[in-house]
Design a protein around this ligand. Structure first.
Ligand code: ADP
Ligand code: MG
Length: 453
């Protein structure tokens, strides 16, 4: 029966992105009950178990049942090793080599007083969750609740402006709230480099060590900046080892996954990757809408959903840019004492929108309309007939005729090979209804503005 499992794993290897497959599926082990009605899948730790339950267990059941030809129940369990270690009391080391405040440190005039450098506004409460960051957020919350335990180190990577810095501050702020005595430090990797250099020049490595090696939680941001800094890497390696040995937690961020880091020693890279490595992806449309609406509310203004949709469709790269757009809109609205509307957003973002040289394509129309009515893009080409799908499709045909230079037969072709008379019918129907139905007219207005930018 291991063949059955093997085949299931191979199928998942085909279906899932490599990183996901390697993190979640590859380490799994399975054993079948004697009548093959049940398979017990052994998972390395509790976080993974929860994750696999919510994200993959249905898929596993489906694949195994299909391969076997009969239904198989999938049960998840912790691997024996993990289960045993979980029953042992979790002992926090009490005999640190260093105590935190020694007289010499207090009296040392060159040493600034200890600051954790946390930004109190970057918390989990203000962090909007979406599928792009769900895993990273879940892992970060776990670390904040039981530091020094699982996923140590936690390595979070992703492109600029996606919320890495926010998330690591959130871990620190949460722990500080729950356990105010914790010794926490947030530091950007560049600052760490300069601390090393300073310690080197002033020959104060003992203090440096005291400072770093005694932390309960070290949050270190943008470790890609360690590239080519040999001395720093060595010191960081030492701090890293010391902290892990006394079960302090380390959370790191980077613009790439550990093995993708250039000019960082192999031994450090392999340490980075030895806990849990999670990615933050660029936010998808839904999340961009949620971020705009949430942040606007936090600023004391309500942004209507249609305006958020318009902005989210046009500002796609990252959260920082979304925040920039939001700031402009809010300022514009206050300054001109006007309600937030699509027109206002358009005026406020004029510069930003005009640099994106936009061409309205039928494909773009299909995607935008599908997003707006929350149906699949594939339904634009499908033969499905229910009104909930047929109507958005007609609306998209209408917009394609209105906003592009394409002929009716060309449009028909792009909508799954439909006849030009079908397109003509849709165009006439929607044009006529638009004059009568206020709600439809309003929706079309939002879509047109969104597409035109
Ligand atoms: P990174 O460190 O990945 O470059 P930041 O953490 O600095 O990104 O995020 C950029 C800005 O976007 C910050 O102001 C941050 O608060 C905000 N931000 C990013 N992701 C989210 C999110 N999911 N919810 C709320 N704000 C976010
Ligand atoms: Mg950052």
């Amino acid at each position: 029966m291991q063949d059955l499992w093997q085949n299931c794993v191979e199928q998942l290897a085909q279906e899932l992105p490599e990183q996901q497959f390697n993190t979640w599926i590859k380490p799994l082990q399975a054993s079948f009950s004697s009548d093959f009605s049940k398979v017990t899948v052994l998972v390395g730790n509790r976080f993974k178990l929860d994750w696999i339950r919510t994200q993959y267990s249905k898929k596993l059941t489906n694949i195994l049942s299909t391969l076997y030809g009969q239904s198989i129940t999938v049960e998840l369990a912790l691997s024996p090793k993990e289960a045993i270690s979980k029953t042992l009391p979790h002992s926090l080391s009490t005999e640190n080599e260093f105590t935190y405040t020694t007289p010499s440190l207090v009296e040392e005039p060159t040493e600034e007083p200890f600051r954790n450098r946390l930004n109190p506004s970057l918390t989990f409460e203000t962090f909007v969750e979406g599928s792009a960051n769900r895993m990273a957020r879940a892992a970060a919350m776990h670390v904040a609740s039981i530091p020094g335990h699982l996923y140590n180190p936690l390595f979070i990577y992703g492109g600029v402006g996606l919320g890495k810095t926010h998330l690591v501050h959130a871990v620190g702020n949460q722990l500080l709230k729950d356990k105010p005595d914790s010794k926490i430090l947030y530091i950007h990797a560049e600052q760490f480099v300069s601390d090393v250099v300073k310690a080197y020049q002033r020959k104060t490595f003992d203090e440096f060590k005291l400072r770093y090696h005694s932390l309960d939680l070290l949050l270190i941001d943008d470790v890609q900046f360690f590239a080519n800094k040999d001395r720093t890497q060595e010191e960081f390696f030492n701090a890293f080892e010391a902290l892990l040995a006394k079960k302090s937690h380390i959370v790191m961020t980077s613009d790439t996954y550990p093995k993708g880091l250039a000019d960082i020693h192999e031994r450090l890279v392999s340490r980075f990757d030895s806990g849990l490595t999670v990615a933050i992806e660029p936010p998808e449309l839904e999340m961009r809408v949620a971020i705009l609406m949430t942040k606007s509310r936090l600023e004391g203004s309500e942004m209507p959903e249609e305006v958020a949709f318009f902005v989210a469709k046009n500002v796609r790269s990252n959260v920082r840019e979304l925040e920039g757009a939001l700031r402009k809109i809010l300022a514009y609205s206050r300054f001109n004492q006007k309600e937030i509307s699509i027109q206002l957003a358009r005026d406020a973002l004029r510069d930003l929108l005009s640099i994106q040289n936009r061409q309205i394509s039928v494909e773009n129309i299909q995607k935008t309309v599908a997003d707006f009515y929350k149906i699949k893009v594939a339904d634009m080409y499908s033969k499905k007939r229910p009104v909930s799908i047929a109507r958005p499709r007609q609306i998209a045909m209408y917009l394609a005729k209105e906003l592009t230079q394409k002929s009716l037969p060309e449009i028909g072709e792009l909508f799954g090979g439909r006849d030009h008379t079908t397109v003509l019918h849709a165009v006439r129907k929607i044009s006529a209804e638009r004059l009568q139905l206020n709600e439809l007219n309003q929706q079309l207005h939002v879509l047109e503005q969104t597409l035109k930018g």
